[in-house]
Ligand binder design. Structure first.
Ligand SMILES: [Zn+2]
Length: 708
């Protein structure tokens, strides 16, 4: 038997029976041990599949399954058809309707160490009588496994795995997922088979998951624990309209009975899928005859894991040659030609030592658990989000509790649940404080009593969060302006409002502690460079409630410019596909609000020029052109003309370089004019510039220089 690393779980014996297999000789004792394991496993299945609230990590669960399997193989008389080792997945939900799988949907045997993969390879080679066996390696997606059946090229059935024999009928819901073709494409040299069964995984991308969860938390709804639960919950819906609104994706990874369709290898079958319009992640496939190389694939993917937009929890190795797969067959419910080599788990158990109340950029107060540090997937975690008071109450989490936390990629770790059985009576209730921990203002509670916030617009904690968010990588990407730096600058009164970052000078910075001249110069350069940005980045950076990175992209795809969005009505915004009433209300309110509107103006006045990369060329008459302005213009101030150029798709930079297309010079032009002439850059006066604009189809109202 394999020996997976099992983390210490603070669970009572009956939920995590410790069975010493070597010490078991008496069949009666073995029977009692098997009963204990089964009882525990049934309970954990119920927690996982029915409640969506597992008590133990996947690793710990698999260890129990392995113990039971080992016990059953040593004492075959203990095997029963209803043993958890004989079940693949969840109990199907009757309300959805049931579908019998044409062939059972098997689960994969899991490995946690490379030695187990070597064993797998040895067994395959021995059984097949081959010196080496070729494997296809693919990511193991952490989503919802599904089966799609196409008859004469039309999608007729979509089903969950269910218990492996029978799944839930999710056809209506799956039809709402854009990436699932209702009809197969006919192209290339492979005609569409009359009868085609494919299997794959429905998943939610991490950024979309984050946005969805943020929205749910803001609405006082229960957030999903992870992208997998969010995807599963979205698909296993009774109302397909709910599914349709959720951002869902699919990767197909098995063509069932591919040999009967004329394929010799799994690899070839996978490569045929996209030609029928079936989405397959060919980019992340590997094929190896050398098991060491196959294991390297696991290592590489583990390193890439946090950078992938979707969640994966391991690598699946499948014997490539289909005839070999048939030869190897399956044992109980595991195919013998495949194995899942899992990554380190994302969940861990630790204790909650303290709770701090963090003030967000919009004033919301979030309880954050301070933990006894614990390693999850190679990263040490000492803080985890508790979301809000209603989540604390719902999960009944107390000071001093033993808790399970989960880290999902770059998502901030969160507390999954407490383990009440581990309490000794000294645990205490957690409550939101009455005053803001940063500025002492009296804390406001939302009407439903779920969300606490600091109402003080000048709260230093809110400003620090705004600055940090604005500068973050997905936003304006100003390197070197993290939380510590922001706090330092705010404390020194150098930043009183967000746009003040554009007034920082090297002299200001070097006067502060821990600021070397070079890092001061670097930061000022970074800040300057951030002025040239894209509309989605800027929208995200503004920290509009409900607008995450993904929503910012969607908005930018559907509006011409920042100005257009600022003047759009709630109804205009709501007409955009993928934007619900919640977001549109929030966006419209943000740009109507005097304070936030002033904030946007102050940033634009400071020289920030968001360009919308989604505007097509016709709407971007200056696309690809770089302008430099010098001297005074009659129609526009310097900032106005820069904004105009940005809006029309061009770029305005401050210095003449080899890339500059035009220098626009007004009276009082300085050295830039000489530089431009030296470099052979075309120099335009104001009227020639206006002529150029009109020639390129710019609307006359844009060249009046009046309100843009
Ligand atoms: Zn405050």
């Amino acid at each position: 038997m394999s020996e997976p690393t099992v983390e210490k779980e603070n669970l009572p014996e009956e939920l995590k029976p410790d069975v010493d297999l070597n010490a078991l000789e008496d069949p009666e004792e073995a029977r009692a041990a098997a009963d204990r394991l089964r009882e525990a496993l049934r309970y954990h299945n119920y927690r996982y599949y029915v409640l969506d609230a597992p008590l133990i990590s996947d690793v710990a669960y698999d260890a129990l399954i392995q113990d039971l399997k080992a016990l059953e193989s040593e004492f075959p008389e203990l095997q029963t058809p209803d043993s958890p080792t004989q079940q693949v997945g969840e109990e199907p939900r009757d309300e959805l309707g049931l579908v019998e799988h044409p062939l059972p949907m098997l689960s994969l045997k899991a490995a946690y160490e490379s030695a187990e993969v070597h064993n797998f390879d040895e067994t395959c080679r021995r059984e097949l009588g081959q010196d080496s066996v070729r494997y296809v390696a693919e990511p193991k997606y952490d989503g919802l496994a599904v089966e799609l059946i196409y008859e004469d090229g039309r999608l007729t059935v979509a089903a969950t795995r269910g218990d492996g024999e029978t799944g839930e009928d999710i056809t209506t819901n799956v039809r709402t997922i854009k990436e699932v073709p209702p009809r197969l494409l006919e192209q290339g040299d492979r005609p569409i088979p009359e009868h085609l069964i494919v299997r794959g995984e429905i998943y939610m991308r991490r950024d979309e998951f984050r946005d969805l969860n943020q929205m749910r938390v803001d609405e006082g709804k229960r957030p999903f624990a992870n992208p997998r639960n969010a995807a599963a919950g979205s698909v296993r819906q009774l109302d397909p309209k709910v599914t349709a609104r959720r951002p869902l994706h699919i990767f197909l990874y098995v063509l069932v009975e591919a040999d009967e369709l004329g394929f010799e290898t799994h690899w070839d079958a996978l490569h045929a899928l996209p030609r029928w319009g079936l989405r397959t992640n060919l980019e992340r496939l590997g094929r190896y005859a050398d098991i060491e190389k196959a294991i390297d694939f696991h290592r590489t993917l583990a390193e890439l894991r946090d950078d992938l937009p979707y969640e994966i929890d391991g690598v699946v190795y499948k014997v490539d040659r289909l005839a070999f797969q048939t030869q190897l067959g399956s044992r109980s419910r595991d195919p013998r030609w495949a194995i899942a080599y899992k990554f380190e788990p994302r969940q861990a158990t630790t204790s909650l030592e303290d709770v701090v109340f963090q003030v967000g950029r919009t004033g919301t107060i979030t309880p954050v658990a301070i933990l006894e540090p614990v390693r999850i997937g190679g990263v040490e975690v000492s803080r985890a989000s508790l979301h809000n008071q209603s989540e604390i109450d719902r999960k009944d989490i107390r000071f001093g509790d033993t808790i399970v936390i989960e880290r999902a990629g770059d998502v901030i770790p969160h507390v999954v649940k407490a383990i009440p059985d581990a309490r000794d009576g000294s645990e205490e209730a957690i409550e939101i404080p009455a005053s803001c921990p940063a500025c002492d203002a009296e804390v406001l509670m939302s009407d439903d009593g779920k969300q606490a916030s600091c109402p003080n617009p000048n709260c230093p904690a809110q400003l620090r969060e705004s600055v940090t968010h604005y500068a973050s990588r997905g936003a304006m990407d100003i390197e070197g302006l993290g939380e510590k730096r922001a706090e330092q600058l705010i404390n020194a009164d150098l930043i009183v409002r967000l746009s003040d970052i554009y007034r920082l000078t090297v002299e200001d910075l070097v006067a502060l502690e821990r600021f070397a001249e070079t890092s001061a110069e670097k930061l000022v350069d970074e800040i300057e460079a951030s002025k040239e940005t894209t509309l989605p980045r800027f929208l995200y950076a503004l920290g509009i409630p409900e607008v995450g990175a993904h929503t910012a992209e969607v908005l930018a795809q559907h509006v011409d410019s920042l100005e257009a969005l600022r003047t759009a009505s709630k109804e205009d915004i709501e007409r955009i596909a993928g934007i619900g009433p919640q977001i549109s209300r929030s966006v419209a309110a943000f740009f109507r609000d005097e304070r936030t509107s002033e904030l946007v103006d102050s940033l634009l006045d400071a020289g920030v020029m968001p360009v919308n990369p989604y505007r097509d060329e016709a709407q971007r008459p200056l696309a690809g052109l770089i302008f430099v302005f010098t001297g005074t213009l009659g129609r526009w101030t310097r900032d106005e003309v820069k904004r105009l150029v940005a809006r029309l798709g061009g770029r305005a930079t401050s210095g003449v370089s080899g890339e500059t297309d035009y220098l626009v010079a007004g009276p009082g032009a300085g050295t830039k004019l000489e530089e431009a002439e030296d470099r052979g850059v075309v120099v335009l006066n104001e009227s020639a510039f206006v002529e150029l604009l009109l020639e390129r189809g710019v609307d006359e109202s844009d060249v009046t220089g009046l309100e843009m």
